[in-house]
Design a protein around this ligand. Structure first.
Ligand code: DNO
Length: 357
């Protein structure tokens, strides 16, 4: 595996490439062109510029998170073929620049959803948190307003204000889309892009729905082992793969994370590893990465990745806000750096333990 950190680009991130370069064991970033819109073609010039900036800092671009998929593609609405053409062109330009990993999601309207962005934990750190009851009580149109105040001035991925102004229209677009239709639209999209992925050896890595259930009655499909295996089989091509995100699949206590990892052997192209602490089954907060701080056994998660021979990029995920840092919730430097060091430590111990046995 290769340890990476997500980086939003120098215009948007409070964390610098220089800082990332100094985290022991982190050799690459996962980045994006954060100001592009779904349906827009990423030019080769801009991709090259982004790569040069990262490489000048002594790091490498290990992949893109995300090239976002438009709502027309997700709903199968008019304009989807045009947007798919644009997506293919973007993949081609990324491929020409040697980028071989693309993370994306197929979540309707909202990307990942949390009800609090700064819940205070006993140690005084603040974290993202989710209470099902709070979502159930909320009018979806108010969802954005209810969390916008806690974003620390940042634009959070999937929560761009321009998009959120149109929440009502977005909901209308998904009115006739159920889980089956969403699967069908995903299949249509994947079949169209597989040839360009084959040509450039690009691995597509779908991000799970977070949380792993339907919110506001919207369809959600990338939520559990059964559905993800269905998705992998429905377009049975090694380039059609997965971002294994422990914090997203882990929102559902029914998901056995190490077992899911083992069942996807060969198709996990990217891993997000983080811990959650469940207060009740419907109320959780994002703990530190350390097993003892949350509800997951992080050793078992890393071990399962090791057992299947995972050799792609991995990254610590949402970090707590600690040491008075002010950054995009979940994406500060300090706690993610601790997370990277901890995950690297687990990996080293697993590898060496194996050699001794
Ligand atoms: C949240 C992220 C997601 C993820 C997208 C992938 O912090 O994990 O926004 O990047 O769903 O397209």
């Amino acid at each position: 595996m290769e340890m990476t950190l997500r980086w939003y680009g120098s215009k948007f991130d409070t964390v610098t490439l220089k800082q990332i370069r100094q985290i022991p064991g982190v050799t690459a970033v996962i980045t994006t062109l954060y100001d592009t819109k779904p349906g827009e073609v990423w030019s080769r010039a801009r991709i090259r510029e982004m790569k040069s900036e990262v490489e000048a800092a002594g790091l490498r671009v290990a992949g893109i998170e995300s090239v976002n998929v438009s709502d027309a593609i997700k709903t199968g609405a008019e304009g989807r073929d045009r947007d798919i053409e644009a997506y293919i062109e973007t993949l081609q330009n990324l491929g020409e620049e040697g980028i071989r990993l693309v993370c994306y999601n197929f979540m309707p309207v909202f990307d990942w959803t949390r009800t609090e962005l700064a819940r205070v934990r006993p140690d005084g750190s603040t974290v993202l948190a989710y209470t099902k009851e709070a979502v159930d009580a909320l009018d979806p149109e108010k969802m954005f307003a209810s969390i916008a105040g806690d974003m620390n001035g940042a634009v959070m991925p999937g929560w761009e204000p321009e998009r959120m102004e149109h929440v009502k229209e977005l909901f209308a677009l998904y009115r006739d889309v159920d889980d089956e239709k969403l699967f069908e639209n995903l299949k249509y999209f994947l079949e169209k892009i597989m040839p360009v992925c084959g040509r450039y050896d690009i691995n597509m890595a779908i991000h799970p729905d977070d949380p792993a259930w339907s919110v506001f009655g919207l369809p959600r499909i990338i939520t559990n082992k059964e559905n993800i295996l269905r998705m992998l089989r429905m377009v049975d091509n090694p380039h059609n793969g997965v971002t294994f995100c422990s914090g997203s699949y882990g929102t559902s206590l029914e998901n056995d994370l190490p077992d899911m990892i083992r069942s996807m052997k060969g198709r996990i192209h990217f891993a997000h590893v983080r811990n959650l602490k469940f207060i009740t089954p419907t109320n959780f907060e994002e703990a530190a990465h350390l097993s003892a701080d949350g509800s997951f056994d992080m050793y078992e998660i890393m071990r399962a990745l090791h057992d299947i021979g995972f050799d792609g990029p991995i990254r610590p995920d949402h970090g707590r806000m600690i040491w008075d840092e002010v950054a995009m919730p979940g994406y500060g430097l300090y706690d993610r750096a601790l997370g990277a060091a901890y995950l690297n430590g687990l990996w080293e111990a697993i590898e060496k333990g194996e050699k001794r046995a």
